[in-house]
Design a protein around this ligand. Structure first.
Ligand code: GCB
Length: 598
């Protein structure tokens, strides 16, 4: 069954945050799990022969059966065990030259040993598969999932055999007009099982999900809910935060829900002191430990307040492109490298564009004290009037928030990037905004909106901004229009009394390509964009943050200029090999000045 169909909400009146019931188990690393990462056998199947017969009907004996000839005369035209292998996690494009531009189906197969235990339930968990995944265990379909950047899990307790088992996943990354994202993006369509795969072992009745944060607007009231799954839903549950001397006893109802509220004195999380508490949730048969930070984030008029104090977001945008080796980033090391560069730049904030990044990135941001804008790939020209497209976007939003709602680092949920104004789009996006607010009332909602210009004035007037807490705008003065120095002449006007973030600006430079500052693609041209932009930024009274485009060069199929782009968007302040360009130091200086002026 499509995991989208599992989705519904139950409003918790006590906390103001709706309980998400989308089947996801949260905090996977806080559970007993067995990694299925490593080499998987693959079959490249561009015509989906393993799925459809010659009448283009789904086959009953598809490749998911993993059949072997019973005797020498039987016709079977595939053999996983003699096939090539790919690493999981990992995109396929950068692992085999012939797959560099491949968009289509690849079958993945992994065999594993498992000892069944009568008192355990087992789930198969995927950090992400881009884009469509159909999952089979021992030949039986256990579920399917759409969307390339969010986690999903299926229960496989009954499908598992003692000892020998195999799992097969049909992965298809063909772009679709009705997909989220749609056909057209400015990033590489890296296909495959791009994040971790795990077997998760839990007790028969277990703690599936929980939300523990400071109540909106409060610095000392913790509120949230816990969700129990299994046969014994009514239980006593204990919440313990030892370092804060907290021991709370609560009870779950017949649906397995328990909500709570308590007043306490906590050390607050901030970029200067990213303090995380060990939070322990104990039910009759299950215990989950998580590291959780507590902070408040609010707006008032044009200001953003962190823990009641006004802040300016010194940021940078980041794609999930792996530093040094290229391809889709997934590991803790990738996250540490990217976020350490952001730290070196002087950032207290990152925009994780244009889709939910892997959980390591959010966990590391939590530890390093980096505030985060997290977004879903509602990018450019989604099919606004298609209800399936909406359900898909909504599901991705729900999965993102479900996974990351306990991370103090995340302050902003973004629902869209550069989407064209119109009625259908407004209906689509306000639907998503309402859902995000219902699930999580503690964070701010944003989007990269549209503007229009009158002579030298850029007017922030996208009707979408009526529904946002913080307004984002991307602008490319000096790159897609005008000259770098034109930025200095521009005035900004907002029709909203809300905080404003320039969520992108920038221009391409090939690392070590030097020349006159008016020569495109040189480091000097990019540097001149940053110098002029910073002069302009200083004159915008209601500006509360920036996240220039972008930390590191990233692969894009839209970028063709030989010798310069070669399928790379070169707007990075750092090359894909880790070399810093001149503009890096210009932005670093600006952020140092802001830090000193505090
Ligand atoms: C944008 C997009 C971003 C692109 C960037 C560019 O406005 O939001 O995804 O990569 O411009 O480089 O053109």
């Amino acid at each position: 069954m499509k995991s989208i169909t599992f989705l519904f909400f139950i409003i918790s009146f006590i906390t103001g945050n709706a309980v998400t019931e989308n089947n996801l188990i949260t905090n996977i690393d806080g559970r007993k799990n067995i990694s299925l990462n490593g080499k998987w056998n693959i079959i490249i199947d561009p015509y989906e022969n393993g799925y459809y017969n010659y009448r283009y009907q789904p086959r009953e004996d598809g490749y998911f059966e993993n059949r072997k000839p019973k005797d020498k005369s039987e016709l079977i035209e595939y053999d996983f065990d003699k096939s090539e292998q790919l690493n999981v996690p990992g995109d396929w494009n950068t692992q085999m030259e012939k797959l560099f531009l491949y968009e289509g189906t690849i079958w993945y197969k992994k065999s594993f040993q498992y000892n069944k235990q009568y008192d355990k339930r087992v789930f198969i968990y995927f950090g992400a598969v881009n884009y469509d995944a159909v999952v089979y265990v021992n030949g039986k379909k256990v579920g399917e999932h759409e969307g390339g950047f969010t986690p999903f899990n299926f229960e496989i307790t009954d499908e598992l055999a003692s000892n020998e088992n195999f799992i097969i996943v049909k992965v298809d990354n063909k772009r679709k007009r009705e997909g989220v994202p749609t056909l057209n993006t400015d990033w590489w369509n890296y296909g495959g099982i791009t994040r971790d795969v795990k077997l998760v072992e839990v007790p028969v009745t277990f703690i599936k999900d929980y939300f523990i944060q400071l109540k909106k607007g409060s610095l000392n009231e913790v509120s949230g809910w816990i969700r129990i799954d299994g046969l014994e839903k009514e239980q006593e549950i204990n919440i313990q935060i030892e370092d804060a001397g907290i021991k709370q006893k609560i009870h779950s109802d017949k649906n397995g829900y328990a909500s709570f509220n308590f007043i306490t004195n906590l050390k607050l999380w901030s970029p200067e002191n990213p303090f995380l508490y060990n939070v322990k949730i104990i039910s009759a048969k299950d215990t989950v430990v998580d590291k959780i930070g507590f902070r408040s984030i609010e707006t008032k008029g044009e200001d953003i307040f962190l823990n009641g104090k006004p802040i300016f977001l010194c940021g940078i945008s980041i794609h999930e492109e792996a530093p040094y080796r290229s391809g889709r980033a997934f590991s803790k090391e990738d996250a540490v490298t990217l976020l350490s560069w952001a730290k070196e730049l002087g950032c207290n904030y990152v925009r994780l564009a244009h889709y939910p990044h892997n959980e390591n990135m959010i966990r590391e941001a939590d530890k390093m004290g980096m505030m985060v804008w997290a977004e879903i790939p509602v990018y450019w020209t989604i099919m606004w009037s298609d209800s399936n497209t909406y359900n898909n976007a909504s599901n991705q939003l729900n999965e993102m928030i479900t996974r990351d709602k306990n991370r103090a680092a995340i302050i902003l949920w973004s629902v869209a990037n550069e989407t064209p104004k119109g009625e259908a789009r407004l209906k689509f996006l306000t639907g998503l905004i309402n859902e995000a607010r219902q699930i999580d009332s503690t964070r701010l909602i944003t989007a990269a909106t549209e503007t229009h210009s009158e002579k030298n004035t850029i007017i922030i007037d996208d009707p979408l901004s009526n529904y946002l807490d913080v307004i984002g705008v991307n602008e490319y003065i000096g790159w897609y229009w005008g000259k770098p120095e034109d930025a200095v002449l521009m005035k900004w006007k907002s029709e909203f009394n809300k905080p404003f973030i320039i969520s992108e600006f920038g221009g391409d430079a090939l690392y070590n390509n030097h020349g006159y500052e008016k020569t495109r693609w040189t480091e000097e041209y990019q540097e001149s964009i940053y110098l002029s932009q910073i002069k302009m930024l200083k004159g915008i009274s209601f500006l509360r943050g920036v996240s220039p485009w972008i930390l590191m060069d990233f692969r894009s199929p839209r970028r063709h200029l030989p010798g310069i782009q070669d399928f790379w968007n070169r707007k990075g302040l750092i090359s894909e090999r880790g070399n810093k360009k001149k503009a890096f130091y210009v932005l670093q200086k600006y952020y140092m000045e802001i830090e000193k002026g505090k």
